[in-house]
Design a protein around this ligand. Structure first.
Ligand SMILES: Cc1ncc(COP(=O)(O)O)c(C=O)c1O
Length: 373
């Protein structure tokens, strides 16, 4: 079966892990600090504004607390969002208010968001679908006008930027995922970015039990370093030196990953462009960089499900992300979302990852072309 997504891991990660094992320290330590430093530079930011965590979902959940969202406050999110975003809002006791998206990019636009703003709106939890940037100028202007916090889910946007600025650095909080199905992978891991370093400091405590003092060796208290206080009833959601070791090696390979993923993207653009029953290429806005996380086509002849089943029978796995939250019965969501409905019924994400071979790509294109005949 050709996978729709797949990590690329090798000897470099193993060699680096050997050294970490030999160091006798696998908890949160020097490797985590090194990765935070590297990632801050990668974003064009500084270390006092980034913070690692154990997964991006933790970032979604914690963002509610860190943005001081209260019960009954409204949080706006595109209905095409990751399930963890919906759960984060609802678990916090806030009201999940969904907005529609652009039917081709699956990103929420400022006009979609503005339609659902009320006096109770407190935050926008934005998803950059597949790492393709949302229209950040317009959205930030809107957020300013209505005094809304902006939380950016850039789970898949590890190399994405909008007009030269890294995605995730526009809003109050930005976040990335390094789970097994992302581009830069480490098993499980996440990074958070804060525009206000004081909020980052609060987050650091929140993600470690709300402890007011550092534990163990890090505690400079001369006498009883086992005594402590808490400023909040926080979580325990930290990265460790094992996952950070893998992440550091993965980071070095990012330019190569981007090159390979772009080649896959260009191949699909070229080989499928003559098919009038498909919508492509990807809608990447001018002055923006994507991370080529998804290659999503739209099937205009109403046969998306048939195409997916046919490809699967031919050992090509495809999928659709993200099943819109308004169709998840457990959310009891209100509203009409015609663009998201169109996208949910006609979009298909084709295989895209670093290990796809030319012959696999030729095979995929050939099968899709034959399906249309
Ligand atoms: C858009 C989006 N946000 C957040 C997450 C959560 O990431 P993690 O698995 O690191 O918790 C995912 C994971 O698939 C995702 O796709």
């Amino acid at each position: 079966m050709i996978n729709v997504m797949q990590p690329t891991l090798g000897k470099e990660e193993l060699d680096a892990l050997e050294k970490t094992f030999a160091s006798n320290w696998i908890g949160k330590g020097k490797k985590v600090a090194e990765f935070e430093e590297i990632y801050a530079k990668h974003l064009g930011s500084t270390k006092d504004k980034v913070l690692s965590t154990n997964c991006c979902s933790e970032g979604l959940f914690s963002s509610m607390h860190l943005c001081d969202i209260k019960q009954d406050d409204e949080v706006i999110l595109p209905t095409v969002s990751f399930i963890g975003a919906g759960n984060a809002v609802c678990a916090h006791g806030a009201k999940m208010v969904l907005c529609d998206v652009d039917s081709r990019s699956l990103n929420a636009r400022a006009c979609d968001i503005e339609k659902v703003i009320t006096k109770k709106s407190k935050a926008i939890l934005l998803l950059h679908f597949g790492g393709i940037p949302c229209e950040m100028d317009e959205i930030m202007k809107l957020a300013k006008a209505y005094n809304l916090k902006v939380i950016e889910d850039c789970a898949a946007g590890v190399c994405s930027s909008y007009k030269g600025k890294a995605l995730g650095t526009f809003g109050d909080i930005g976040m990335w995922s390094f789970d097994a199905m992302k581009i830069l992978v480490c098993g499980d891991g996440g990074m958070l970015h804060f525009n206000d370093s004081a909020l980052r400091e609060r987050a650091e405590k929140w993600l470690y039990f709300g402890l007011e003092t550092k534990s163990g060796y890090e505690n400079s208290v001369a006498q009883k370093w086992w005594e402590f206080d808490v400023s909040s009833f926080g979580h325990r959601a930290i990265m460790n030196d094992v996952t950070a070791t893998i992440a550091i090696e993965q980071y070095k390979k990012l330019p190569m990953y981007m090159q390979k993923r772009k080649a896959v993207h260009d191949f699909y653009n070229d080989s499928l462009k003559g098919l009038d029953w498909l919508d492509l290429p990807l809608p990447i806005p001018d002055d923006c960089k994507t991370s080529y996380y998804f290659y999503h086509i739209q099937v205009k002849n109403g046969k998306r499900d048939e195409l997916a089943a046919y490809l699967r029978k031919n050992d090509i796995y495809t999928t659709y992300r993200y099943f819109p939250l308004h169709r998840v019965p457990g959310y009891h969501a209100e509203g009409h979302f015609p663009n998201a409905d169109y996208a949910a019924d006609n979009t298909l994400c084709l295989p895209i990852h670093q290990s796809l071979t030319e012959s696999e790509l030729e095979y995929i294109a050939d099968k899709i072309i034959k399906f249309g005949k």
